[in-house]
Write a protein that binds this ligand. Sequence first.
Ligand code: NAD
Ligand code: TYD
Length: 353
Amino acid sequence: MATPPNILVTGGAGFIGSHVVRRFVTKYPELRIVNLDALTYAGNLENLRDIEDAPNYAFVKADICDAKAVEQVFQEQAIDAVIHLAAESHVDRSISDPMAFVNTNVIGTVTLLNAARGAWKDGDAGHLFYHVSTDEVYGSLHDDSFFLETTPYDPQSPYSASKASSDHFVRAYGNTYGLPFVISNCSNNYGSHQFPEKLIPLMIHNIQQRKPLPVYGKGENVRDWLWVEDHAAAIDVVFHKGRNGETYNVGGHNEWRNIDLVQLLCKVMDRKLGRSEGESAKLITYVTDRAGHDLRYAIDAGKIERELGWRPSITFEEGLDRTVDWYLQNAEWLEHVTSGAYRDYYQAQYGQR
Ligand code: NAD
Ligand code: TYD
């Protein structure tokens, strides 16, 4: 596609969105990046402090379910393309409050699609609706196979069902109205600025505080972990080179059983905190399993590697090392996001520990 000047990034104040916004604002000064975010518990403008004064960056506080507000942004900011990341993103929250996921992930996505359709009346010239999705739409693996772009959808949690639904709507708008789109489905991300309700930052935080490390079930569930900046690089390449109507799977070739990953984190943290080896691992506590807990996710990223030349740039050891260092050096960020509402969530999810 021709290079579009005004890019709407939704959810840019969140974990992955903030890495995408930073990458685009700094790497492409010729593009204008409009970050639309409702600033839910997961959205934090502190994540973007270093680029907030850049001349090619603007922030709009709005809810993607608010059709009027979204249409206004498309008009006033002359939006040419969308990178849609805004979502409710945590499986445990989707189990306790599925409607929030239906609202933001399904209705919010359709609201954005309608706004794009209304604004882009001149066919596909220079326009693109890029939907950032998850590998969880493919369901749970119980053998040693991998998710391909052709794997049938089989979502198992309210979160993955809402993301699968939003993927279907994006494809339906492409098929029915000719809306130009791409979708990528990525495996679990880790890195700086991730809200500490997700496994890796939650464990780093608890190890540091000498709090119990809640491993669900037997800890045998497997996830494929990708460094968030490598995901942002994949989004960059799909945005610029992805073919209209295509889906690209993104993953790290990096599968870990939860218990092995938590043990590794304990080891890394023992070293960094000057604790004796094995000290932090004593905090591991097996807790009641997540309802409907998906056993294994694993991505075959061959298509994006072959067709677009993307590959993860660093090893897991390197990424984990950088991530732990970031959390240890940014205690203030962690303190801000773990106050108030987060403490209430933690209490409800894990009880008094
Ligand atoms: P996140 O929860 O850290 O951030 C979500 C952002 O969306 C926040 O800034 C929040 O304020 C904003 N938001 C939520 N509801 C909104 C609404 N109604 N209107 C406007 N903004 C709203 O999420 P994340 O982990 O950065 O994930 C970003 C996207 O990537 C999501 O679509 C998610 O499904 C997808 N994804 C995440 C992972 C992962 O491992 N985190 C993996 C693959 C795909
Ligand atoms: P999570 O980071 O919530 O990502 P997802 O569920 O989207 O894969 O969880 C990663 C894995 O870690 C998942 O198998 C659930 C498990 N887990 C725990 O064992 N304990 C925890 O406290 C959390 C948050 C997750």
